[in-house]
Design a protein around this ligand. Structure first.
Ligand SMILES: *Cc1c(COP(=O)(O)O)cnc(C)c1O
Length: 426
């Protein structure tokens, strides 16, 4: 197998990250081992000076996980990736890698509920301020939000659950004007529907628990580095100046384009240890192998369901960037090659009617998940986002009657029949 990096993404899903040699296993092996053996003390010592040289301990590197990391980096078009034990851990480390107490960063308001909590409360306790960009803010207004201590801009390609589409180029330009990177949570789009690096994003993160896994079998996350950001611009001394914990290594000098992602592993993964188990990575890899073909079908099914709901008189409003006239339609045409399987809609009658509808579904399961291979449904106001204040709910684009419907890969007529019978109950 040659030059996988020049091949198309469907091929990368199957072949990137692991190329067996003569007589080696066809499938990426599960290396279920905490540690690795060395012939001499001297050799072990040298790996402590230079941990990327070889494997020492599965708290921050493991061959099965690394195969998946290399696959995802290739799919996104980045120079390197690091898997984490959850999407939350990926978000956390992506910020901590460049922000310390006393720093700030900007974020759009239309982001995942767990990310809102992390940014508004937990990071605040660590002394890192998240400045939320008001909805509809102009470039000039956003410019004014940057402070001398601002170190990054954060947004979601397709927001969960608001389903707004991020104007990646615009936010990348704003971030770069102030000498900081744009971090994009690309969970819902996956690299099949959007590769944010092609539009100027610098760092991509994912919750791999969603479409990438797809089968609801592992919780995980990943951080991918484009290698394009210039960390030597004066704003990021921690990437340039000597790291005393590695005998004075400079990440930018030693690792060049991969400085950010190697620092994340060498410092943060070493210290926090939020690395996935080999078995989780193996399961994630199986999901990735079919991602391209699954995404196509999710999008196709969701389009049919969205068109049906749009024309139902029991639905007050529907959000799906694939629908003409949707707020995200134009941006979707520019950035996405499909709008994923997630639809949100507001049922006439508010919270109680929405819950009645959900409880009447027979095929779609009521569960705290999204982007599963099976159709599933969730009520953000009373479930994932119940910790948010009413103001935060509005900012995140959530109505009390909103249902988040994650269209799966069942035959779409069976999904429609289920929705129809549930709508008849309300
Ligand atoms: C689920 C989700 C996360 C958090 O990921 P976990 O794997 O559940 O920790 C972050 N961002 C988005 C967009 C998500 O949907």
């Amino acid at each position: 197998m040659k030059n996988i990096e020049n091949m198309k993404i469907e091929t990368k899903c199957l072949h990137s990250g692991y190329t067996p040699k003569n007589t080696e296993p066809r499938v990426v092996p599960i290396v279920q081992s905490t540690t690795y053996v060395y012939d001499s003390t001297e050799e072990v010592a040298s790996v402590f000076d230079e941990p990327t040289k070889s494997l020492i301990y599965s708290r921050f590197a493991n061959p099965t996980v690394m195969a998946v990391e290399n696959k995802i980096a290739d799919m996104e078009g980045g120079v390197g990736a690091m898997c984490t034990s959850s999407g939350q851990a990926a978000t956390l480390l992506s910020i901590l890698n460049i922000c310390r107490a006393g720093d700030s960063f900007l974020s759009t308001t239309e982001i995942y509920g767990g990310t809102v909590n992390l940014f508004s409360y937990t990071l605040k306790k660590l002394g890192i301020e998240c400045i939320f960009v008001p909805k509809g803010a102009t470039d000039e207004e956003i410019d004014k939000l940057f402070k001398p201590n601002t170190k990054a801009v954060f947004g979601e390609t397709i927001a969960n659950p608001a389903l707004t589409v991020l104007d990646i180029e615009r936010f990348a330009n704003l971030a770069h004007k102030h000498g900081v990177p744009l971090i994009v949570d690309n969970t819902f789009a996956t690299p099949i529907l959007c590769r944010p690096f092609e539009f100027g994003a610098d760092i991509v993160i994912h919750s791999t628990s969603k479409y990438m896994d797809g089968h609801a079998v592992q919780v995980g996350g990943v951080i991918v580095d484009s290698g394009n950001f210039d960390w030597t611009n004066g704003n990021f001394p921690e990437l340039v100046e000597p790291d005393v914990t590695y005998h004075g290594i400079s990440y930018t000098q030693t690792y060049g384009k991969a400085a950010y992602i190697i620092k994340a592993r060498m410092q943060l993964m070493r210290d926090f240890g939020v690395y996935p188990a080999a078995h989780s990575a193996f399961l994630l890899n199986m999901g990735l192998e079919t991602l391209a073909i699954r995404m196509k079908q999710y999008c196709e099914n969701a389009m049919v369901v969205a068109n049906f709901l749009k024309n139902s008189d029991k639905i007050e409003s529907i959000t799906y960037p694939g629908l003409e006239g949707d707020a995200g339609y134009e941006l979707g045409k520019k950035y996405l090659s499909g709008c994923s399987g997630v639809i949100s809609f507001v049922i006439k009658g508010g919270r109680q009617t929405a819950m009645k509808f959900m409880d009447s579904l027979k095929l779609a399961s009521n569960e705290v998940h999204v982007a599963d291979i099976r159709t599933c449904v969730l009520h953000p106001a009373s479930e994932t986002h119940r910790q948010l204040t009413d103001e935060q709910l509005v900012a995140a684009g959530i109505d009390a009657g909103m249902v988040r419907f994650s269209v799966g890969l069942e035959n779409v007529n069976d999904i429609l029949d289920d929705i129809k019978q549930a709508l008849d109950q309300i």
